[in-house]
Design a protein around this ligand. Structure first.
Ligand code: PGA
Length: 221
């Protein structure tokens, strides 16, 4: 019997229109689980998602996929932590797609974590390996090897466990999860590893049925 608290965090990335968001929340139903289940739509769908969670009485939590490194003010195009706090509990920070496509540096990411912490938002900080800098005060670390993201070639549960063990040696007491081609078929192999506290599925989270299957798989452990 697995007694650890498991995190399943769905990252929708830049996907879905409002009709598809509506369909997903109606399809997911109310899953009973002792674990922490979070879904991260785009900014523009957060209010809709929050309203759907409330009206359908779902136990899901919401997260955003990014946050401004600045507070409120003259920062055109940005969304601040204090604005996001009205809608979400979690923020993903430092996803490899942001590091790569938007040149986000360790320094910038530390500023984002600071903004999140100032607003008492929980942070899911993504790193591609055990050597990448992790700012103080992150809530969850996500180990996501770049080559495993969206490729269908997931890291082996054994290797992911080893990398996560190393991360935990440096950052004790912080839950560490795995991301990269997680599916309903392979999720249990990660969750049953000693040091892995959860998963961050991208592609598989877009399908409500698959997402529900992943949550059910975590319940079965
Ligand atoms: P994937 O994405 O599950 O589609 O590989 C994971 C992620 O980027 O967080």
């Amino acid at each position: 019997m697995n007694s650890k608290r498991i995190y399943i965090i769905g990252n929708w990335k830049c996907n879905k229109n409002s009709q598809e968001v509506n369909t997903w929340f109606h399809a997911i139903g109310n899953i009973k689980t002792p674990h922490e289940i979070v879904v991260c739509p785009t900014y523009i769908h957060l209010i809709q998602a929050k309203n759907l969670i409330n009206s359908l009485k779902l136990t899901l939590k919401l997260g955003a996929q990014d946050v401004s490194p600045f507070p409120n003010g003259a920062y055109t195009g940005e969304v601040s932590a204090s604005q996001l706090k009205e809608m979400v509990e979690y923020l993903i920070i430092g996803h490899s797609e942001r590091r790569k496509n938007f040149n986000e540096s360790d320094e910038l990411l530390a500023q984002k974590v600071k903004q999140a912490n100032d607003q008492s938002l929980k942070t899911i900080f993504c790193v591609p390996d055990e050597n990448t800098a992790i700012p103080q005060g992150v809530s969850i670390v996500a180990y996501e090897p770049v080559w495993a993201i969206g490729s269908g070639k997931a890291d082996s549960p054994e290797n992911a466990n080893t990398v996560i063990e190393k991360i935990k040696e440096k950052y004790p007491n912080v839950p560490v999860i795995y991301g990269g081609s997680v599916t309903p078929e392979n999720i249990q192999s990660y969750l049953s590893e000693e040091y892995i506290d959860g998963v961050l599925p991208g592609g598989a989270s877009l399908d409500a049925i698959k997402f529900a299957q992943m949550v059910n798989a975590s319940n079965a452990l």
